[in-house]
Design a protein around this ligand. Sequence first.
Ligand code: V0D
Length: 249
Amino acid sequence: MDMDIGDRDTVFPESIDLRKIPAHIAIIMDGNGRWAAERGLPRHEGHRQGVETVRETVRNCNALGVEVLTLFAFSTENWQRPDWEVNYLMSLPEKYFESELPELVRKNVRVLMIGDRKKLPRRVLKVIDDGAAATNSNNGMILNFALNYGSRAEILHAVNRLVSEAAAGKQVSRVTEKKLSSYLYTGNLPDPDLLIRTSGEQRISNFLLWQLAYSELYFTGVYWPDFDKAELLKAVSVYQLRKRRFGKV
Ligand code: V0D
């Protein structure tokens, strides 16, 4: 029985075809700061609200039957933010798991992390590793957090591993796309079908450069804290419309 992914109890509008849900959705969660500034709130309020949107997005993607959800939570450039902000951001994985881990375990969601583990505080790594371990035997939706992630560094890391193996005489044949893909942090995960970026910027910003080669790109001006269920469904229905129009073989 194929009941591991998705939630048959949730009702979605007819504008969504539940048989054509993108298997892998990746999201650049931008606009927390701008959301707060427009309301005269401190920046951390934007991040706090951003975590709420993560909670809801995970529930909604799981209910839709999405197989992999990759969330860009912290880029290698984000270290340049003020110390207080970096520290606040680094408290968010713990805050998220405190409230959500039991539900993730119950809903059969598996947590993974991609990115460079070096430089991430030990405390934060422990929180994430514990979350990953607690959901390690789950086989439903994969919730993949990109943290201290940069795509060029990821590709270089993969290339350098291949070079080392070649020097050690372990890599004897020519490198294929499949081989290089498998050495990326995303390993054997499928490539994203749909990339969503919130808050108006229309760039990839060093996110999943290799993996997004054939993905549909969806940009919205909505700030991440305002990216609710209706906005997610809009993105999915645009994706489905594009596939219907251009996907004819
Ligand atoms: C702030 C908007 C969840 C983007 C979403 C460390 C910026 C909320 C996590 C999280 C952040 C990460 C790993 C994990 C569990 C939860 C998170 C960061 C920022 C940066 F295993 N939200 N979130 N991590 N924001």
